[in-house]
Ligand binder design. Structure first.
Ligand code: URA
Length: 209
């Protein structure tokens, strides 16, 4: 699928299977998501620009590569996005962080915004939007549209699981934004949940059900 990268490393697949099991408890679920986000993060940041600077090792002077340009921005779609954020920040501790709060209207499944706080100067920074479940795609589509309106020009979306319906909708709305995911599942159910999926990511992360 164009502009969709499935990061199917064996460690990710194994850890995702552990997360899917309904008997996996909250603490283990959270730890697994953190571990997976490190592995996903490695791939989604693969094209970050580098610049050479002169350094001295204990033995010699050398030109060494360092991340170039303005700092990466990670934007978490609340609340489940925070599960991916933790591992991403372990990987890129200097990243700037934004948060977007959206809830799904239970009747229409449309995304309704209740919180938006992102770094001011998005236009010349790479932005990674963190949203573990690309289900209907409505919340991710709305979040990315809002982040574009705030000035971002170089955006990627990182999720854990995607449904084919959500990917189609997202790609139609934002053909310029690449999506990275650990897996594409079979379908959505009537309530907009991904099947077989992992259930409600927020509830499983925070033990709210
Ligand atoms: N959000 C979730 O947490 N799980 C799904 O399956 C779909 C949306």
């Amino acid at each position: 699928m164009e502009n969709v990268t499935v990061i199917d490393h064996p460690l990710i697949r194994h850890k995702l299977s552990l997360m899917r099991r309904k008997e996996t408890d909250t603490a283990r679920f959270r730890l697994l998501l953190r571990e997976i986000s490190l592995l996903l993060g490695y791939e989604v940041t693969r094209d970050l620009a580098l610049e050479s600077r002169t350094i001295e090792t204990p033995l010699a002077e050398m030109r060494a590569p360092f991340l170039a340009g303005k700092k990466l921005v990670l934007i978490s779609i609340l609340r489940a996005g925070n599960g991916l954020l933790e591992g991403m920040l372990d990987l890129v501790p200097t990243a700037r962080v934004g948060h977007v709060g959206l809830y799904r209207d239970p009747e229409t499944l449309a995304a309704v915004e209740y919180y938006f706080k992102v770094p001011e100067d998005l236009s010349d920074r790479p932005v990674i939007v963190l949203d573990p479940m690309l289900a209907t795609g409505n919340s991710t589509i709305a979040a990315v549209a809002r982040i574009k309106r705030a000035g971002a020009q170089r955006i990627k979306v990182l999720c854990l699981l995607a449904a084919p319906e959500g990917l189609d909708a997202f790609r139609a709305a934002h053909p310029d934004v690449p999506v990275f995911t650990a897996a594409v599942d079979e379908r959505l159910d009537d309530h907009g949940y991904i099947v077989p999926g992992i259930g409600d990511a927020g509830d499983r992360l925070y033990g709210t059900k």
